[in-house]
Design a protein around this ligand. Structure first.
Ligand SMILES: Cc1cc2nc3c(=O)[nH]c(=O)nc-3n(C[C@H](O)[C@H](O)[C@H](O)COP(=O)(O)OP(=O)(O)OC[C@H]3O[C@@H](n4cnc5c(N)ncnc54)[C@H](O)[C@@H]3O)c2cc1C
Length: 481
């Protein structure tokens, strides 16, 4: 097994070099040098920098060694709060625009490690021990693990076991004493082009008959047979940062994953042909709770940025004295507080698992996850309503350098805000709310945690409704004492 030094930035960059599984715009690319990845790579470098510069916040002591705090197995609410502090600082690097930073899957790995007993064993492998060893491997080498859980939308009306397209999911095609061979695809693996490894698993919902698909394993990005095909990048290298302040810095590239007869050694396998184990992988180990905790903290950064942009726009355009605009802005600031309250409640209402892991409340997490996309959409709409036509008539950076257009400087100034600053803020508004980057972010907020319809239905089904039902019964009985 290859080992890396704990640190950080330099080691991470080295690992990105010479990768041969990533395709962008039809060609194989070197992610370390392609401009499409430089913004996201820069953010991951900053993630590692934080561990060196503020190790008290971003690391915990594992024996004498520092390890990423996101990998801490939390046993108290204070541990959750410690982790939250780090999640927030990591999210602030990209203002919440990068959703799948290393702390996301690390949060899952910590709880998978602690609850690995549930994974069991078979004659070929001890899956529980595999998960523990994998956690230690990621911890000691300070790796960046992405994930692929969702299968491609090929035919959602059929169970996996009845799919005809062999890429409708990841399927076990054979196995022997050394390991398993898998073929198939995963629909979307965000940041995979610049991750070290991927954790491949399924969300719950597999049925008897889906055994060939009931698999989970760790996948180093460059294993033979792996292809990572990037979506078209939002990065616009021909534009100055001035024109696209978000897209050029924070495009969290998404990708499609294809596996062709990829060999996975047994020690990297966590679930093998076992529908029950596949179905318990994400929920019964509380991975959903811990990734959800990281996710809602990350959402807070984004809510703060979008609210801040609207406030600044209203101020600059002298709209903030109007009561209707104040109401709109108050709606956004109240959303920020609701997100904070949900995070705090998910921690305060945490429960201890049988293995002694403190587990943030899934009711609190799913409640805000269901509502956050709608709040975020309102943030986008508010921003669009304030900047309206202005953000669609901003000149290019170079226009300000052309002496023929010297009148731009006076015509676009508000008096208090000069033309360059005004245009810069409007460009930020457009990047956040309108352009491809902003629209991708909106779709991300709606779907990254699963279809909102399922989140709400699951909330209703799993919620402890006894008190409410009891109240209704009491009213009907006139028994109000
Ligand atoms: C930008 C972005 C980044 C993402 N990054 C990652 C990542 O890194 N790794 C990862 O694993 N996943 C990632 N996801 C995937 C995400 O988790 C899924 O998109 C999400 O869980 C929704 O699942 P789905 O796309 O399969 O939708 P589906 O469940 O297929 O739903 C699509 C539509 O079909 C309807 N539908 C489907 N089945 C039924 C049914 N049985 N009954 C009724 N209606 C149905 C739904 O209501 C919905 O309208 C990402 C998603 C986005 C948008």
């Amino acid at each position: 097994m290859q080992t890396y030094e704990f640190s950080a930035k330099g080691a991470y960059l080295k690992r990105m070099k010479g990768r041969n599984s990533v395709y962008l715009n039809g060609v194989q690319v070197d992610v370390a040098t392609s401009p499409a990845f430089s913004g996201a790579i820069g953010c991951i470098e900053k993630y590692y920098d934080l561990q060196e510069e503020q190790s008290d916040i971003h690391c915990f002591k594992d024996g004498n060694q520092n390890a990423a705090i996101s990998l801490l197995v939390p046993s108290t609410v204070e541990d959750l709060q410690r982790k939250r502090k780090s999640y927030k600082a990591v999210a602030d690097i990209s203002f919440g625009m990068l959703g799948r930073t290393p702390d996301f899957i690390n949060a899952a790995l910590a709880t998978l490690y602690a609850h690995s007993k549930q994974l069991g064993s078979n004659p070929f492998a001890n899956f529980s021990e595999n998960m523990k060893a994998y956690y230690n491997y990621v911890k000691e080498n300070n790796l960046f693990v992405g994930h692929g859980a969702i299968n491609p939308q090929i035919d959602r009306s059929l169970p996996l076991g009845s799919q005809i397209n062999e890429y409708a999911a990841v399927r076990i095609v054979s196995h022997d004493q050394k390991g398993i061979v898998v073929t198939g695809a995963k629909m979307i693996v965000t940041l995979a082009p610049i991750a070290d490894e991927l954790l491949i698993f399924n969300m719950p919902g597999l049925k008897p008959g889906d055994e060939d698909y009931a698999v989970s394993f760790a996948l180093p990005i460059d294993y033979p047979g792996v292809k990572i095909i990037c979506r078209k990048p939002m990065v616009k290298p021909v534009y100055h940062h001035f024109d696209h302040p978000l897209a050029n810095a924070f495009d969290e590239i998404d990708a499609y994953l294809i596996l062709n007869e990829v060999f996975i050694p047994w020690d990297k396998v966590f679930v093998f042909r076992d529908v029950d184990k596949s179905n318990l992988f994400y929920d019964k180990t509380f991975a959903r709770n811990h990734t959800g905790h990281q996710g809602i903290v990350r959402g807070l950064s984004k809510a703060e940025l979008l609210t801040g942009i609207s406030i600044q726009l209203a101020k600059m355009l002298k709209l903030d004295g109007f009561i209707n605009v104040q109401e709109k802005l108050g709606e956004l600031t109240s959303y920020v507080e609701l997100v904070k309250a949900s995070i705090a409640w998910s921690e305060a209402d945490a429960t201890l698992s049988e293995e002694g892991v403190i587990t943030p409340s899934i009711s609190a997490i799913q409640a805000i996850r269901y509502n956050f996309p709608k709040m975020y959409e309102t943030m986008v709409k508010t921003l669009q309503s304030l900047a309206a036509g202005s953000m669609l008539s901003t000149p290019h950076y170079q226009d300000f350098l052309n002496s023929d257009l010297s009148d731009l400087a006076s015509s676009l100034s508000t008096g208090e805000t000069d033309a360059l600053s005004r245009t810069k803020l409007l460009n930020l508004a457009w990047d956040a709310s309108g352009d491809g980057f902003g629209q991708r972010q909106l779709v991300y907020e709606f779907f990254h945690a699963g279809d909102p319809m399922r989140i709400a239905a699951g909330h209703f089904l799993n919620y402890d409704k006894s008190n409410m039902i009891n109240m209704v019964d009491r009213v009907l009985l006139h028994d109000n004492d």
